[in-house]
Design a protein around this ligand. Sequence first.
Ligand code: G3H
Ligand code: 13P
Ligand code: NA
Ligand code: ZN
Length: 315
Amino acid sequence: TMKAILETSLKAYKEGKPFAVGAFNVNNMEQMQGIMMAAQETKAPVIVQVSRGALKYAQDLYLVNIIKAGAELNPEVPLAIHLDHGNSFETVKRAIDLGFTSVMIDGSLMEDGKTPSTFEYNVKVTAEVVKYAHDRGVTVEGELGTLGGIEDGVGSGKTVLTDPDQAVEFVEKTGVDALAISIGTSHGAYKFKGEPKLAFDIIEEIRKKLPNTYLVSHGSSSVPQELIDIINQYGGKMEAAKGVPIPALQKAITCGINKINVDTDSRLAATGAIRKFFVEHPAAFDPREYNTKAREAIAAEVKKKIEAFGAAGRA
Ligand code: G3H
Ligand code: 13P
Ligand code: NA
Ligand code: ZN
């Protein structure tokens, strides 16, 4: 379960040797293989997570069985299969039926996955999922707050950083194992207009008030400039892309973050590798050739993340 894996991170934090477990999104076989190559090589625990969009893209059974193959082929890697941003009790139930050992119910948003919800709605849907999941030995991640840049939040009404006291009330009322908190990060490749800024004080306060809850940072891709440069050099257009700098993530880990979600960076790695391959081999047309390049680039990027999060050698 994800609980067993994240407990190693929480224990290490309490012992003064903090590290975070990387949670990498999977949409296809090459991504799963790249993640397993990196975890195997670095001897790290890892979480692979699947969004609703990924389940739809891959017709869920294809993806679940690819992930199960990865688990079977790499028995030394501590691995959890986690549903990312579940939006309803039904989605969660389907994931558990498919064999997920961990689920996220994101009740911070309504079922459309866009509209912010009320605290009461969030508590209700999350508590319902916790009851069902815990009866089946499945870990649950909830979310409180609305992701977005700290500056965006001032007066815009879009970003809502997580309130530490409300976080305590939320965990008490729902019984979630892990909590995703809003600390200034956002999903995608364009996270900050100006200087990247995270609310480290909020992480520290929540960590102090909830010493036994696993804390999760979503939207944590670092959008490495070298990957953006490759994309732009080979025909792409992603000039203003900006992510969370690695030192900021490392500081967040020392403040108490246990799980760091990364999706965008493997997308960038794959896209850069494929763009480069086609520019250099305009006559190529065998998908195995460019997908091999994508897989290698994903593995290299995931390896960097695992090392930066201090998770290497923690398996
Ligand atoms: O949290 C969002 C993840 O990056 C998944 O994105 O819904 O496009 O698969 P997606
Ligand atoms: P990124 O878009 O920063 O990779 O975030 C992924 C995420 O939070 C998945 O839940
Ligand atoms: Na949210
Ligand atoms: Zn997310």
